[in-house]
Design a protein around this ligand. Structure first.
Ligand code: NAD
Length: 292
């Protein structure tokens, strides 16, 4: 059995998987592969599946399955697994990093210092303490973020039509109720027909003036041009972004927008998480290998 590691995983993964078959990272060997391991870079499209006649199992190291044609995989009898629970802390910590970095002007303070400027008077900080964080999508990651925000003395509200109650956030039945009252809005949504472009010009009007937006969910849940306009008008005080229309982004208008912190899709990329993902993948492969 050939196991193809198609994206970046922990360096010890090939060794971990070696008892179960031959392991390669040579993408040319896709036609021979029985198991393919992907993160978000490899797109498991209909064409990809058609060029892998031996494929029986796709494992997505991470959460979102939007880079995999799930219907076609099912039609072809290919099992698809993810490692959903592994990444929650890594992503929540990154969302929190952005939530601290934005109002403390960490990147601007650093770049002005390097440019020989002393911007002490211009860079006015604000505190998280007693501010309201609105979480959109209160799943695993949103819940971890809520716990961290509570530790900083923040008030946490959330919108998630599939969650009735929560111990870590006050649920609001309407997205607008969250946006009207939040100083920070953090998106933790999967990309679905309902969430695609959910943050557009119309809904941005519902934000508090001068709110901060953070997106570590999926890039296509926001309309980038509309977020840029909101940043230029001051409706949004800042935007912290880890996720893009494509990895890497092509011609994103966010490059020239004010008060944006941009990250290259680092949410899941902690050492600890890659090790956790590796352990879960090993157990999935172990269960998959026929025992006789
Ligand atoms: P999850 O499934 O536990 O949580 C997602 C939540 O969104 C669920 O509670 C669901 O009910 C809610 N939701 C769905 N549709 C909604 C809607 N229309 N409005 C409001 N809420 C809605 O998933 P998770 O583990 O918390 O991950 C969330 C997302 O984060 C993933 O789908 C993935 O896209 C993204 N993610 C990003 C990174 C990264 O590297 N930045 C890493 C992992 C996951």
């Amino acid at each position: 059995m050939l196991i193809l590691i198609s994206d970046a995983f922990a360096p010890d993964l090939p060794e971990k998987l070696s008892p179960y078959g031959d392991v390669t990272d040579d993408k040319e060997k896709l036609p021979e592969a029985t198991v393919v391991l992907v993160r978000s870079k490899t797109k498991v499209t209909r064409e990809y599946i058609d060029s892998a006649p031996n494929l029986k199992l796709v494992i997505r190291g991470g959460v979102g399955l939007d880079n995999i044609d799930l219907n076609y995989a099912a039609e072809k009898g290919i099992a698809v697994h993810n490692t959903a629970a592994a990444s929650s802390i890594a992503v929540a910590e990154l969302a929190f990093t952005l939530m601290i970095a934005l109002p403390n002007h960490v990147t601007r303070a650093d770049s002005t210092m390097r440019a020989g400027q002393w911007a002490k008077k211009e860079l006015k900080r604000t505190e998280l303490y007693k501010k309201t964080l609105g979480i959109v999508g209160l799943g695993r990651i949103g819940t971890e973020l809520a716990k961290r925000a509570a530790a900083f003395g923040m008030n946490v509200v959330a919108y998630d039509p599939f969650v009735d109650s929560s111990e870590v956030a006050t649920m609001k039945p309407d997205l607008k109720d969250v946006l009207n009252n939040s100083d920070y809005v953090s998106l933790h949504l999967p990309l679905t027909e309902e969430t695609r472009g959910i943050i557009d010009a119309e809904i941005l009007n519902e934000f508090k003036d001068g709110a901060y937006l953070i997106n570590t969910g999926r890039g296509k849940t926001i309309v980038e041009e509309d977020v840029v306009e909101a940043l230029k008008s001051g409706k949004l005080a800042g935007f912290g972004n880890d996720v893009w229309y494509s990895d890497p982004p092509e011609n994103t208008p966010l490059i020239d927008a004010p008060n944006v912190i941009m990250l290259p899709h680092l949410g899941a990329s902690t050492k600890e998480n890659l090790l956790r993902i590796g352990d879960i993948i090993e157990s999935i492969v172990r269960d998959f290998v026929p025992t006789d």
